[in-house]
Design a protein around this ligand. Structure first.
Ligand SMILES: [Zn+2]
Length: 285
């Protein structure tokens, strides 16, 4: 797990960090009853020995730090702000300018939503309110008695309602957006259609019954009927009124001539290699 959360400013409290390692499964939200920089000074005075929070988010009372998130402790080290939850929780202090009845402002809310969604992604926890101290997800300080020995209401009813109505749903919406699909390079544009090989020897054609040995009508040869049937079926697939029967009768003769005329081919009523191939490669018009 990355120890630093993307999108936050890393502001370590001391060079020496003796806090024990943890695997966070809950993100616990607090209110400061104070300002971002004042709270940071208080935490820094004790280094990592006293009380500290993993994160702090500035509000409207913090000037240039409105909507800015500080990270004071690594995700994989204990931060002492949540009593019994310290062993498994990361924590977020939120500025209120000294008055915990104030709601989070717009920029502070946006920063909290982003931080929560990113935390869920990095730590592998769901963007949902935890149902018990044993759960995984998002919580608030006064939610369970053993997170909050002094029984204060942190982060207060107004901010708890914002957490439930805005922050967790907002983080869940970001979290559920799938990453963009990888761009697949286009390898080939659609290939031109291919005609099957012309079945007859060079110089031969399909045509009406004739004593000419180069003309194949299908009336005398099963092999010829197979080839002719294929052409007739293709012409029917193109929309021509023709019943494939493997025999070159008046219907085939008529369709052949009209097709040759339409495609600008020599109109001889013979299905030779050019007329055959055009049945597959010429656009249907
Ligand atoms: Zn608290």
């Amino acid at each position: 797990m990355e120890p630093l959360l993307p999108g936050t400013l890393w502001r370590p409290l001391a060079a020496d960090n003796p806090e024990p390692a943890i695997v966070p499964r809950v993100l616990i939200i607090h209110t400061m009853v104070g300002y971002l920089l004042g709270t940071e000074s208080m935490f820094r005075a004790g280094g990592y020995d006293g009380t500290e929070s993993t994160f702090g988010v500035g509000g409207e009372w913090d000037g240039q730090y409105d909507g800015v998130a500080f990270q004071w402790q690594r995700l994989d080290r204990q931060a002492d702000a949540n009593y019994a939850a310290n062993a498994y929780a990361n924590s977020v202090e939120t500025s209120d300018g000294g008055d915990p009845s104030r709601p989070w402002g717009a920029r502070q809310l946006a920063a909290l939503i982003t931080l929560t969604a990113t935390w869920c992604r990095i730590t592998g926890n769901p963007p949902v309110l935890v149902g018990s101290p044993n759960g995984h997800g998002i919580g608030y300080h006064s939610q369970f008695a053993n997170w909050n020995l002094s029984s204060h209401t942190c982060p207060g009813p107004v901010r708890i309602q914002q957490l439930l109505d805005i922050v967790i749903p907002g983080a869940a919406a970001i979290f559920s957006v799938p990453p963009p699909a990888p761009v697949v390079p286009v390898v080939a544009v659609s290939a031109p259609p291919l005609a099957p090989a012309f079945p007859l020897p060079a110089g031969h054609w399909y045509g009406p019954p004739s004593p000419d040995p180069r003309s194949h009508s299908g009336f005398y040869s099963a092999t010829d009927r197979t080839g002719l049937n294929r052409w007739q079926a293709q012409m029917r697939a193109r929309g021509w009124a023709i019943t494939p029967d493997g025999r070159f009768g008046p219907q085939s003769d008529d369709v052949c001539r009209r097709f040759q005329n339409e495609k600008g081919l020599a109109v001889d009523g013979h299905v030779g290699p050019i007329t055959w191939a055009a049945a597959w490669t010429a656009p249907v018009t």
